[in-house]
Design a binder for this molecule. Sequence first.
Ligand code: CMC
Length: 429
Amino acid sequence: MSGTTSQLSVDGKTVDMAIKTGSIGPSVIDIAKLYAQTGMFTYDPGFTSTASCESEITYIDGDEGVLLHRGYPIEQLAEHGDFLETCYLLLYGELPTAAQKADFDYRVTRHTMVHEQMARFFQGFRRDAHPMAVLVGSIGAMSAFYHDSTDISDPQQRMIASMRLIAKMPTLAAMAYKYTIGQPFVYPLNSLDYTSNFLRMCFAVPAEEYKVNPVLSRALDRIFILHADHEQNASTSTVRLAGSSGANPFACIAAGTACLWGPAHGGANEAALRMLMEIGSVENIPKYIAKAKDKNDPFRLMGFGHRVYKNYDPRAKIMQKTTHEVLNELGIKDDPLLDVAIELERIALSDEYFIEKKLYPNIDFYSGITLKAMGFPTTMFTALFALARTVGWIAQWKEMIEDPSQRIGRPRQLYTGPTLREYTPIGRR
Ligand code: CMC
C-alpha cells in the first residue's frame, strides 16, 4: 500500500485501489471497480472485513470497548440523558436544545396510538404466539395502515414514518404482550414519558390504578438507550438492504425485526436467561463452562462473545450496574440467577479459553435478569430490544436513502454448483 492508494496484483496485472479514510477507525480499500478491472469478486462470508457503507451515526472500537453515537460516549448518554434524547441525536446528528427536545417529545407522543383496526388485526394471531412473531407481522402490517408515509422519495413522509415507528413500537410491543396473556390492551397515556407509558401499557389493568415506579422507568429507559443503535450489525444491515430496493420503511423495520429475533443476535437476551435458569446453581457452572469449551458440543455461553467487541462490551458494564439498581429497588436481596451470572462471569473471565478468544460478557448477559425482575417474561426480551433498536434502524435507513451514492445492495457469490449440463426428461432419470 502506498499513500492513499493500494495495489493488488492479480495474474501479473496490478490494479490501483483508493484508500478511503474516515474520521476515526480503520480506513477502507475501495474495491468498487475491482470486478471491472480484474474479473474477480472479493470473498468475505459474514462480512468480517467488509464495510458496506459510509455512516456518520455510530462508531465502535471493539478492541478498546468504545461505543459512540454521533461522537458521544454511550456512558454519558446513558448517565445524563433520556432515550428520546438519544433518538433525537441519532436521527438529527446533534443533541437537542431544551426547546427542540420538548418539541420532539411532543411529536413522538402525538403518534403513540395505533389505528384501532390494528387491535382486530391482532386477533388473528394464536394466543400463545411469540411476541416477536406478532411484532414482525404487526410492524409489516403498519404499511397497510399508514399509506400516507410510505413514499420514500418525500422527506416529509420519511420523517413522519420515522416518528410513527419510534412512537408506535412501545404500543405494539405492549399489545403483543397483553395479547399473549389474555389481558385487554391499554391505550397510551400521553401525560407520561415514553418509557413510563410503555411500562403502564404492559402492566396496568383496567381494574386497578397503576403507579409507575420511577426507578424502574429510569432503568428501562437506560436499557433502551443502550440498545438504540450499534452500527452495521445483522439487523441494521438487513434494514439497509431491504431499504436499498426502495421498500417502504415499515416493511424495512419488519425485516430488521425478523433478523433481530435470532439467538446469535437480539434473541441472545432470552437465550442467556434461559441458560442461567438451566445452570440453576453455582455448583453446576464448571459443567457448563466445559460444555462451552468442547468443540464437539454446540453449546455456547449465551451473552458472551461479540463479533466486534474483543473487550468488555461498554453497554454490559452499564447494564450490570442497572441490574443491581433494579434488584435493590425491588428488594430482591438474593437472586439465584444473579449469583449464577456473577460467578459465571468471574470464572469465564479467568479461564484461558475465554481469555484467549477474547470472549467477554455482552449486553445480553445481564439484561435478562433485569427485565425478568421488572416483570417481563423471557419471550418479551427481544421485543424490548426491537423497540429500542427501531430508532437506530430508522436513522440508518434515512441516512442510506439520503446518501446519493447508494444503490440497490446486491452481493455476488463464489459459485460452486454444477457446471452446464443437459436436461434429462423425467422418464429417463
Ligand atoms: N461461548 C463459547 N465459545 C464461543 C462463544 C461463546 N458464547 N462465542 C464465540 N465462541 C468461540 C467460537 O467457538 C470460536 O472458537 P474457534 O475459533 O475455536 O472456532 C471463537 O470463539 C470465535 O467465535 P465465532 O463464532 O467465530 O465469532 P463470531 O464473531 O462469528 O460470533 C457471536 C459472535 C456473538 C455470534 C458469538 O460470540 C456467539 O454466538 N455468542 C453467543 C450469543 C450472544 O451472546 N449473542 C449476542 C451478541 S451481542 C447483542 C447482539 O448483537 O444482538
